[in-house]
Write a protein of this length. Structure first.
Length: 739
């Protein structure tokens, strides 16, 4: 054990692990001792020219197991070609050759040479050494079922009874003198193929024997995922998670996302080795946290995208305004693609333009495609060195958590999105896996993440609608300006593919409840107040906007009154609901005039006519009945116990009382089992007089409250009249329920 690392490691960066130190600060920390098992020591060598997210993840897993890792080539220019797509990688052999020269005489030293960008450890060095010993060879290469890069060499491979037949150069383990003898034969170029080099050597029977080389056919140490995705499963333990190969019943120690299995490796590494498990949850979620309390708040550019007619836009902007973040640190860029929404933006801008540091709107007249608009927003941040973060936010995202922006910044990732989901649905803003053609595929953990049964930060292949990107990443890895435009992909898919190909990890966090996604589908904007119609598509937002703040207290605290016998009085509509219904009716404008002849009703004759408009006339009857079932029926059940209303009604209308037209309604019964009567405006401010008198009890309700409804039996006991409105205009909404 006493071979101090100085003699082993010189020149290159050495990353010693426990505790995990930031690589930048770790150069030449040659203090530890190399692990020794059965008289052998293990040194991990890897080539990485950049500290990619994949590299840092590799180091994190190495640190966890206390591997001693020497990194070769950091900071060098990569000249080894695009190994993901074609041949190359020779630079790795060259660097390894250079490093091995100094180690050539270390007979007890076992060297493990592995890739690092797409690889994690799932077991420790003792286990590797033990398994290497069991393999009883001097040099052991990883194996895989697919041959690359020269298929013609297949027949030259020694026959095997079972297991993976072909060599993969992403993992090599051997005694230092032997590894040295292998790599010292390299005399090719940096962009020549490393795997081909090793393959040819291995296929040469003489070399195979003299260098005592073999392959890890049954994935005892090395698991290459390419072609083997179906063979592996996660195996959860109490403090760590492993990968199990179900075909060979092995627990590989090195998991390699070779070929096009990077995304799959990312999903495995959300668990392996100790990223997340059932007992401990997320173990790295608080690593590298940015402490905002110790920091000047970073500057954030918020890109707001209105790409289609979107319900509840004023509410979206209100939430933007109430984000808990210093507004002078926020710059707003809005892309609005819809003429319809110009009035909403105009209103918001007039009231709040001075709240934010800057506020810029690009409107529909610019005729930007969605990709162009998203590029433009991102580019504003990229070009401005003071822009610390770019926060992209589509207007169908309702961030109910005011801390969202802070929480995301604290996580300190290049790209991170908060999980938002469609209420009551499994629809969310991320994908856990991709299909072969790059579209949605459901990962095994997707539902658990959406439902927050597994809580943490998840490396995922696709996200949209809302995400935070570091300005520094925009100016480095993502400096390409056109990330949202790629082939025929839609802009979000283009972004995510570019980000993946740049080797940048995207995370979704579900550590908090952040908010929800609303539905923009079938949003009909031909009404005057279109959100009123959203009771089916977006019930949560509808309720929040239109139902009285104290409605639920009816059930929790019996928040209601009984001003006359069996007349129940309770809050149901918000001010907004009242105002918008009145506006909608006045916009429609065809009041009936309070005549007895009425073509709208069966029989065509109304004995006690009011000056009114039916819900059906404005196309609101389905929505209104749904409102009755959702919000009135539960109250009926409470006050008339044992009566289950069908929530059925054909007479649903808004009545207008004015001294000039119709001021009152003479005593009458309603053709209903019970009636609701909702005041839509305010006594004294909007009108004088009004109210309702119940004759049998000589009891009047003289001070109607806006948004409150009363509910009374219809046919028999509650003969009533509408008291005269003496000034102004009074509006009420009526339904005769269960006629
Ligand atoms: C790594 O080393 C530290 C300190 O020596 C030790 O506490 C820890 O248990 C080791 N980790 C593993 C996985 O062996
Ligand atoms: C490889 O080396 C081991 C000892 O390390 C020896 O037992 C074995 O026979 C050798 N195999 C070959 C094919 O030379
Ligand atoms: C808007 O752009 C589209 C395609 O980019 C083009 O077909 C259309 O003519 C443009 N409309 C206007 C008004 O410029
Ligand atoms: C939108 O609403 C208008 C007015 O009620 C109606 O005429 C039209 O059919 C609706 N459009 C859709 C697609 O539902
Ligand atoms: C709801 O009730 C509380 C008291 O319980 C009251 O202060 C508040 O004003 C009520 N909200 C509305 C919108 O009336
Ligand atoms: C009705 O009540 C009013 C006071 O609220 C009272 O003045 C009047 O006499 C009552 N009428 C009858 C018929 O009881
Ligand atoms: C009627 O209402 C208007 C304002 O709405 C007010 O100016 C006027 O004084 C009121 N008239 C009476 C008789 O109260």
């Amino acid at each position: 054990v006493n071979t101090s690392l100085e003699s082993v490691v010189h020149g290159a960066n050495l990353y010693l692990v426990q505790p995990f130190l930031k690589p930048q600060t770790t150069a030449l920390m040659a203090t530890g001792n190399v692990l020794e098992v059965c008289g052998n020591k293990l040194l991990v060598l890897t080539v990485a020219t950049e500290e990619t997210d994949g590299f840092l993840r590799f180091m994190q897993s190495a640190n966890y197991f206390n591997y001693t890792v020497k990194v070769l080539g950091m900071g060098e220019t990569w000249k080894g070609g695009d190994v993901g797509r074609s041949i190359g990688g020779g630079q790795k052999v060259r660097l390894l050759k250079e490093a091995m020269e100094a180690l050539a005489d270390q007979e007890d030293l076992v060297v493990l040479s592995v890739d690092s960008y797409d690889l994690v450890f799932s077991g420790g060095p003792e286990e590797i050494l033990r398994k290497f010993q069991q393999a009883n060879h001097k040099v052991l290469f990883a194996a895989e079922g697919l041959i690359w890069p020269d298929k013609k060499l297949a027949e030259k491979y020694p026959a095997i009874r079972s297991g993976k037949r072909y060599l993969n150069s992403g993992g090599i383990i051997g005694f230092a003198p032997y590894i040295n003898r292998v790599v010292s034969q390299w005399n090719l170029h940096d962009n020549d193929d490393d795997q081909l080099f090793y393959t040819k050597m291995y296929l040469d029977p003489l070399q195979r024997q003299t260098l005592n080389m073999t392959l890890d056919h049954k994935c005892q140490i090395f698991q290459n995922l390419n072609g083997a995705v179906d063979e592996v499963l996660l195996k959860f333990g109490t403090d760590r998670v492993r990968v199990r190969n179900t075909v060979y019943d092995s627990l590989p120690v090195v998991v390699h996302g070779n070929g096009n299995t990077k995304i799959y490796l990312n999903s495995l590494a959300n668990y392996v080795p100790n990223t997340w498990n059932y007992e401990l949850g997320c173990s790295h979620c608080d690593d590298d946290i940015v402490d905002l309390s110790q920091l000047k708040y970073p500057n954030v550019l918020v890109g707001v995208f209105i790409e289609q007619p979107t319900p509840f836009l004023p509410e979206f902007f209100k939430r933007l305004l109430t984000l808990d973040y210093p507004k002078d640190k926020l710059n707003i860029f809005v892309h609005n693609n819809e003429v319809y929404h110009e009035k909403h933006i105009q209103k918001f801008w007039q009231e709040n333009r001075n709240v934010f540091n800057t506020f810029k709107v690009v409107g529909p007249e610019e005729n930007l495609s969605q990709g162009e608009a998203r590029n433009m927003g991102m580019d504003i941040c990229r070009k401005d060195a003071t822009c610390d973060y770019y926060f992209s936010l589509d207007t169908d995202v309702m961030l109910t958590n005011r801390q969202t922006l802070k929480l995301l910044i604290e996580q300190n990732r290049k790209i991170i999105g908060p999980l938002v989901t469609r209420h009551g649905k499994l629809w969310s803003n991320f994908w856990g896996a991709l299909s072969l053609d790059g579209y949605y595929a459901r990962s095994e953990d997707y539902v658990d993440i959406v439902q927050r049964k597994r809580v943490g930060m998840w490396n995922i292949p696709f996200m949209a609608h809302v995400y935070l990107v570091k300005g520094s990443a925009l100016r480095n890895e993502l400096k390409e300006r056109n990330v949202f435009v790629l082939e025929k992909l839609d802009p979000d898919m283009a972004l995510c593919r570019n980000v993946r190909e740049m080797g940048v990890f995207m995370y979704i966090t579900n550590r908090h409840d952040f908010g929800r996604l609303i539905s923009t589908a079938n949003y009909n904007i031909s009404h005057y107040n279109n959100d009123l119609w959203q009771i089916f598509q977006n019930p949560v937002d509808w309720k929040e906007k239109y139902i009285h703040q104290n409605y639920t207290q009816i059930f929790t605290e019996n928040y209601m009154e009984e001003p006359c016998p069996d007349v129940f009085w309770f809050p149901v509509f918000s001010e907004k609901a009242c105002d918008e219904i009145v506006e909608e009716m006045e916009h429609y404008g065809s009041w009936s005039g309070g005549k007895h002849e009425d073509k709208r009703i069966s029989g065509g004759y109304e004995t006690v006519p009011t000056d009114d408009i039916h819900m059906r006339q404005i196309g609101y009857d389905k929505e209104w009945l749904h409102f009755i079932r959702e919000f009135i029926s539960p109250i009926t059940l409470k006050v008339f116990s044992g009566y289950f209303t069908k929530g059925y009604s054909i007479m649903n209308f808004v009545v207008k009382y004015t001294p000039e037209r119709q001021a009152y309604l003479r005593p009458h019964h309603d053709s209903s089992t019970f009636t609701i009567n909702i005041a839509l405006n305010n006594k004294d401010t909007d009108f004088q007089g009004g109210g309702c008198r119940f004759h049998r009890y000589n009891c009047s309700l003289n001070s109607p409250r806006k948004g409150w409804s009363f509910m009374h039996p219809g046919r028999l006991t509650h003969l009533h009249e509408g008291l005269p409105t003496t000034n102004g205009t009074r509006y009420i909404a009526i339904s005769f329920i269960d006629p």
